[in-house]
Design a protein around this ligand. Sequence first.
Ligand code: ATP
Length: 212
Amino acid sequence: MEQNKIPQATAKRLPLYYRFLNNLHHQGKLRVSSKELSEAVKVDSATIRRDFSYFGALGKKGYGYNVEYLLGFFRKTLDQDELTEVALIGTGNLGTAFLHYNFMKNNNTKIMMAFDANPDKVGKDIGGVPIYHIDDLEKKINGVQVAILTVPAAAADGITNRLVDVGISGILNFTPARITVPDSVRVHHIDLAVELQSLVYFLKHYPLDTEE
Ligand code: ATP
């Protein structure tokens, strides 16, 4: 597959590029220079030029990149034309925020359903997404490829095993628990507390050079 040729580091920057180019497109811009892009997405322009060469996009000097072409490529590569169904597990504070957030703005992903163990939450809906009891996971999750985990850490392992058993492809894990899955399942881990702590640490110990 053509996609496999893109290095992982480049692939990770794709959604970032996609979002920015989409904004430019909405503003009616037809071209963008690597310098403009570089300033907007905070990636150095040499990296951008290398990344874009993998996409078959050759910028012309003094002309820049064709916005339409790049968007077409990104849409295809990021599966923008195909809806990815998502389930959210745990409708606490964080989970509820995600249910209210409009992911469709930038991606073709949609939270189709949510699960919780709290009977007070089950049977309601938040942001138009129905909340089912976690006991009904296997019964309801049919066809969903991706799960967002926003349960307490102690519940993460048990739920992960059940998700794996129903054939989930990817898990976005917001719990501090390090979950174990077979090689066929991809897990991305986002620990907001750790990220915040890390930012504060870097601010303190690696102050930015403001003299540029
Ligand atoms: P809240 O204040 O609504 O409880 P929170 O984010 O502080 O939110 P957490 O204790 O982190 O609460 O729990 C997040 C959500 O996960 C809650 O809605 C809780 O009912 C739910 N939950 C806890 N255990 C499970 C489980 N085993 N399966 C599914 N959902 C669960």
